[in-house]
Design a protein around this ligand. Structure first.
Ligand SMILES: NC(=O)c1ccc[n+]([C@@H]2O[C@H](COP(=O)([O-])OP(=O)(O)OC[C@H]3O[C@@H](n4cnc5c(N)ncnc54)[C@H](O)[C@@H]3O)[C@@H](O)[C@H]2O)c1
Length: 270
């Protein structure tokens, strides 16, 4: 059987783990065809860390070469990657899902091209229940994200308000609003609320709270869904990844599991 050829855009924490999995766990069904990074050094570092050599390409030539394009780069570029991949009728898996909010029409255009768009659950549990609940009526979806200060540092929302999270004492709510506002203010920190919005009742109705404390050591996501089906509550206590404290280990594991689902014959779960 022909292997699915995968190209990865972004050679950081998530992209590197996915690349390694393509050459290890997924190697029977997937071939890593190319990698790309805006920072040439990152691409070369991943290239030399991989067991089998893979070409470093520009974004456009990677999209040309791969059957499935993985975006693991930045919310600034994810919508552009989806648009370019779909134009070439290539499947695309997006990690920087926040970059798609407000551009949901792009996902509609996937239907016209016949190409698939994959949005992994990421570092959060509960998307399965939300998808099922959304077949009926949903009254509310609320995400409470708890991260240590270093998992929020650099967020535009904090910079604009001169909030120094490293000086916070005790448990502090730093943001409350809807998912659209959350991804604008915290583009590298709360991609999970974008996935939650797209699977549920949309970004304007999905409520988000971001809490920090110097006592926190994990990235914790609590989801509460209420609707006709009843009440669903999930809590995911994530270990931050070693190379990027903003990113949880479950995020790249979720991407690897999604790729496995693309090539597997049996689909488990909703
Ligand atoms: N969906 C989720 O649950 C979830 C969870 C964690 C992170 N994320 C998102 O996934 C993305 C990757 O996360 P990460 O932890 O690997 O980040 P990272 O900072 O470790 O790596 C990102 C890499 O992408 C590269 N990059 C940035 N812009 C690029 C561009 N325009 N073209 C090519 N390469 C580019 C950077 O140079 C860097 O090497 C981020 O946008 C992050 O916010 C999503």
């Amino acid at each position: 059987m022909k292997k699915l050829s995968v190209g990865i855009i972004g050679c950081g924490t998530i992209g590197s783990e996915i690349a390694k999995a393509c050459q290890d766990r997924l190697r029977e069904r997937i071939e890593l065809a190319a990698i790309c990074d805006i920072d040439g050094q990152k691409a070369l570092a991943l290239q030399s860390a991989l067991a089998n050599k893979v070409p470093v390409m520009t974004l456009d030539s990677l999209i040309e070469k791969a059957d499935l394009v993985v975006e693991a780069a930045s919310a600034k570029v994810s919508a552009d990657v989806v648009e370019k991949a779909l134009k070439k009728r290539k499947a695309v898996l997006v990690m920087s899902v926040g970059g798609l909010l407000g551009k949901e029409a792009l996902l509609g255009s996937a239907r016209k091209t016949g190409a698939r768009v994959y949005l992994p659950s990421g570092a959060l549990c509960g998307i399965d229940g939300l998808k099922s609940a959304a077949i009926g009526r949903i009254d509310s979806v609320t995400l409470t994200t708890r991260k240590p200060p270093r998992g929020l540092e650099g967020a535009p929302y904090l910079k604009e308000r001169n909030i120094d999270v490293s000086a916070v004492k005790g448990e502090t709510v730093v943001f409350e609003g809807n998912a659209l506002e959350a991804v604008k203010g915290f583009p590298a920190n709360v991609n999970v609320c974008a996935v939650l919005s797209l699977a549920g009742i949309g970004a304007e109705k999905t409520r988000v709270r971001i809490v920090t404390s110097p006592e926190y050591t994990k990235n914790i996501h609590e989801v509460e869904i209420t609707g006709d089906c009843g009440k669903v509550t999930t809590r995911t206590e994530n270990v931050p990844s070693k190379t990027n404290p903003k990113t949880s280990a479950l995020a790249f594991l979720s991407a690897i599991a999604t790729l496995e689902g693309v090539v597997n014959d049996v689909r488990i779960g909703t």
